[in-house]
Design a protein around this ligand. Structure first.
Ligand SMILES: [Zn+2]
Length: 319
């Protein structure tokens, strides 16, 4: 069988896997990124992941057709090099990772931003299948966003577009590491939610405080949602406020692009097992959207979880 190889470079782990033409995972594994040990170690590790997939394919009798790579940061569309700002993995800035992998494997290799890869995976095989205009958000330690416009990944003229996490919702808001103020990421990422949850948990006497104490003094995302599910008014209020802030940011994209659907994934979406956060985001979007289409736009959960990055990378079109 002809198969495709995908590599998703994260700040801590490189996730990789082999998929068939329908997006089914045939093999998957992960390896430490070792980003603090310099570009050679990181690159050797990435090539090592490709080699392990080659070995697996040879043993299983499959023929790899291409290698796709999902990387943090912005990827220049012509040079394919990783550009600043790439705060989570500075060691790969300026590197042509796809070129290195292509030389090492002899296979056509492509690269794109990791959030774009996740959006592409959902578009091809997941919750966005058959939808040619969509925005896919990954809410974890930061907010990644990928825009599919007319069936293609859109990332702007220099590869740095579609960054919904860095759309400001308050020009006087907190300073973002990107240099702007009030970026969405500073309100609704897991990092921002936990900072707020831990602050309010100190003053709380309810379930949120119990979750915090049980976890050794620091609330987890699962603990925050568990407190909200148990009816803790502080946890519920916090998640509702964060959902409203998130909806305001997402509305900018809907009003600009008139997209057909919004898909939300990542650690925060996964912890929202009862849908209280997602329902609140959807309600706010429908209430405040500009157009009639926006007032009824589908807002759903991503389907492919943590594997979306390497699945989408593997399925990237080969130019
Ligand atoms: Zn920012």
């Amino acid at each position: 069988m002809i198969v495709r190889l995908g590599i998703d470079i994260g700040a801590t782990f490189v996730k990789y896997g082999v998929i068939d033409e329908e997006g089914h995972i045939l093999f998957a594994d992960r390896a430490p990124t070792r980003g603090s040990e310099g570009p050679k170690v990181t690159l050797d590790g990435i090539v090592g992941c490709a080699s392990r997939m080659f070995e697996w394919c040879a043993n299983a009798g499959h023929r790899p057709a291409s290698v796709g790579i999902g990387s943090p940061g912005t990827i220049h569309p012509q040079t394919r090099r990783v550009q600043p700002p790439t705060p989570n993995l500075r060691t790969i800035i300026g590197v042509d990772i796809a070129g290195v992998v292509q030389s090492a494997t002899g296979l056509p290799s492509v690269i794109d931003n990791d959030a774009n890869c996740a959006a592409w995976a959902e578009h091809q095989f997941g919750a966005g299948r058959g939808i040619d205009n969509l925005v896919c958000l990954t809410v974890g330690s930061g907010i990644g966003s990928g825009f599919i416009i007319e069936g293609r990944i859109f990332s702007g003229s220099s590869g740095s577009g579609a960054e919904l996490g860095h759309v400001s919702i308050d020009w006087q808001g907190p300073l973002c590491p990107c240099g702007n103020q009030g970026c969405l990421e500073n309100y609704t990422s897991a990092t921002a939610l936990l900072a707020r949850a831990n602050m309010v948990a100190v003053k709380s006497t309810g379930e949120l405080k119990r979750q915090r104490d049980q976890a050794g003094g620091s609330v987890s995302i699962a603990g925050l949602f568990a407190a909200a599910h148990a009816g803790d008014p502080v946890a519920r209020g916090m998640l509702e406020e964060a959902a409203t802030q998130f909806a305001i940011g997402i509305l900018s994209a809907i009003n600009l692009l008139d997209t057909e659907a919004i898909i939300i994934g990542g650690g925060v979406a996964d912890a929202d097992t009862q849908g209280i956060w997602l329902n609140s985001i959807r309600d706010n979007i429908h209430r405040h959207a500009f157009s009639d289409a926006g007032k009824s736009i589908p807002v759903g959960k991503a389907a492919l979880g943590n594997d979306a990055g390497f699945i989408g990378a593997a399925a990237l079109p080969i130019p």
